[in-house]
Design a protein. Structure first.
Length: 186
């Protein structure tokens, strides 16, 4: 999720795009970055490295990368608290109520939940995904490749997590709604 926030902050500050296109580009970029980062534990799993351990280690790497990015390349000024540049208003996801965090990100989350439900319970891909998770021996006997299902699951979950963090990074996280990482723990 941290790299999705970094992606949102960087693209929100550097790109000059129209209002409707800018958030879409940021969300898609965060999904791609998340999917690629979610692929790493599966790739390491193919090498015989435990996915759980590599995922925990990759979380720490992402946090350290976030801290470095906020303190150096994306740092807005030399003040005592590190925070990123102001994200352009064209990159903000609109909110439903003034000075509220509730907005389009909520609608995106509901849509993604419906899409994932449909994928898992109404498609053959979802059946393969559920079988390889619930009964791996049965799935393997039935001709389902567990490695492929694991890869697909990690990429989808990585992309969804990063899109969720991208929503928080598109100008709705901090109290003044225009900076990312304006918290004392960064």
């Amino acid at each position: 999720m941290m790299l999705g926030a970094v992606t949102a902050a960087w693209l929100g500050h550097t790109l000059d795009l129209p209002y409707v296109i800018h958030p879409i580009v940021i969300i898609l970029a965060a999904a791609v970055i998340g999917g690629l980062y979610g692929y790493i534990p599966v790739f390491k799993g193919e090498l015989g490295i435990n996915e759980l351990i590599s995922t925990i280690m990759l979380n720490e790497i992402a946090i350290l990368f976030l801290e470095w990015v906020v303190n150096f390349p994306l740092r807005a000024d030399a003040g005592s608290a590190a925070h990123s540049f102001i994200i352009k208003e064209t990159a903000w996801l609109p909110s439903f109520l003034p000075s509220s965090r509730w907005g389009v990100g909520f609608v995106i989350a509901i849509i993604m939940a419906v899409v994932i439900y449909f994928l898992l319970w109404r498609t053959s891909t979802g059946y393969e995904q559920r079988m390889s998770g619930n009964a791996p021996r049965f799935a393997k006997y039935g001709g389902i490749k567990n490695e492929k299902a694991a890869l697909r699951g990690m990429i989808i979950s990585g992309a969804l997590a990063w899109v969720g963090r991208c929503d928080r990074g598109n100008g709705r996280e901090s109290p003044d709604h225009d900076r990312l990482f304006h918290r004392p723990w960064f």
